[in-house]
Design a protein around this ligand. Structure first.
Ligand SMILES: Nc1ncnc2c1ncn2[C@@H]1O[C@H](COP(=O)(O)OP(=O)(O)O)[C@@H](O)[C@H]1O
Ligand SMILES: [Mg+2]
Length: 289
């Protein structure tokens, strides 16, 4: 039984002609980590809002089709109930910060305080999540004194602490350096291993290749390609539609007709795969003498 089920979902923002999502069919299994890629305007954020109930409960417009999480239709739920099940980490962390709290600790505790969890458990859960997201040392800082990347970690922590069944993330590492990005992907993978279902809009394809179970490629509001990360991320059809493609894939694709990449070898997405591929070719040549 998939925990997330979208059937023939089409959505128009108010007063728009063109649908932002069109005929989306998507099922996500419990504990699965799905990455959503797509060029600007493809509908990634809109898909995140739809999963998280902001469409139709906050953004009006016209939603058609079935949006179901854990057996409940989004239309049959209030946003306040829905967000306990599906947590959304916004693309811009500024939108997540409540503005009501003076420290990172209080900010992360905010959602739990509102849901009546006992004080001692709040403290335990907040401390755990601050550790996990690598911001324990920022606990006493003002959320507004932080860098964009640090704010993104706070935004992630304040959702994780709520322990939603489904975690939706909209480009959660956009303001992070490679080290931060790697750490956050690691945390999210770990959550999926523990049974949390993850849908993440992201264009850092090298990380997606290493951590996600499946990739959905959105284009003009439609699912254009879908499948295992490597199959999708090395598909030629991404190039013509303006998707971000790994530089290693591009390099190997150029090397191939020149005999500098082995034909039978899948194209690489990550640096490690590229190095392995080029080394294998060199070794094969050496053997031939
Ligand atoms: N609030 C809005 N009102 C009207 N149109 C919107 C709104 N937000 C996004 N759109 C449109 O919906 C489409 C998908 O946007 P979006 O989901 O933000 O794409 P992405 O996150 O992939 O860049 C775009 O054509 C965009 O212009
Ligand atoms: Mg977006």
């Amino acid at each position: 039984m998939p925990i997330v089920k979208l059937q023939q979902v089409t959505y128009h923002y108010p007063f728009t002609e063109k649908p932002a999502l069109q005929d989306i069919n998507l099922e996500v299994e419990e504990g699965e980590f799905v990455a959503v890629i797509g060029p600007n305007g493809a509908g990634k954020s809109t898909l995140c809002y739809t999963l998280a109930g902001f469409i139709p409960h906050f953004y009006k417009g016209e939603l058609k089709g079935i949006v179901e999480v854990d057996g409940v239709l989004v239309q049959d739920s209030d946003l306040s109930d829905w967000v306990l099940k599906v947590g959304l980490v916004f693309q811009n962390p500024f939108n997540q910060i409540s503005g009501a709290k003076y420290t990172v600790f209080e900010e992360v505790a905010f959602g739990l305080e509102n849901s009546g969890v006992p004080r001692s458990e709040i403290i335990r859960r907040v401390e755990e999540v601050l550790q996990m997201t690598g911001i324990a040392d920022l606990a006493d800082r003002s959320p507004y004194s932080l860098s964009g990347g640090q704010q993104q970690r706070v935004a992630l922590a304040s959702i994780l602490v709520m322990q939603p069944k489904v975690l939706v993330l909209d480009e959660p590492t956009s303001q992070m350096d490679p080290i931060g990005t790697r750490e956050v992907f690691g945390v999210i993978r770990q959550m999926a291993e523990q049974g949390m279902t993850v849908v993440m809009a992201e264009h850092k394809v090298e990380w997606i290749a290493q951590f996600a179970d499946r990739v959905i490629a959105l284009w003009e509001g439609k699912i254009y390609l879908e499948g295992k990360p490597h199959e999708v991320l090395t598909d030629e059809r991404l190039v013509e539609k303006g998707f971000g493609v790994s530089r290693y894939t591009t390099t190997a694709r150029l090397a191939l007709p020149r005999g500098l990449w082995q034909k039978e070898r899948p194209l690489p997405v990550t640096l490690e795969e590229a190095v392995a591929g080029f080394s294998a070719l060199r070794n094969a040549r050496r053997k031939q003498g």
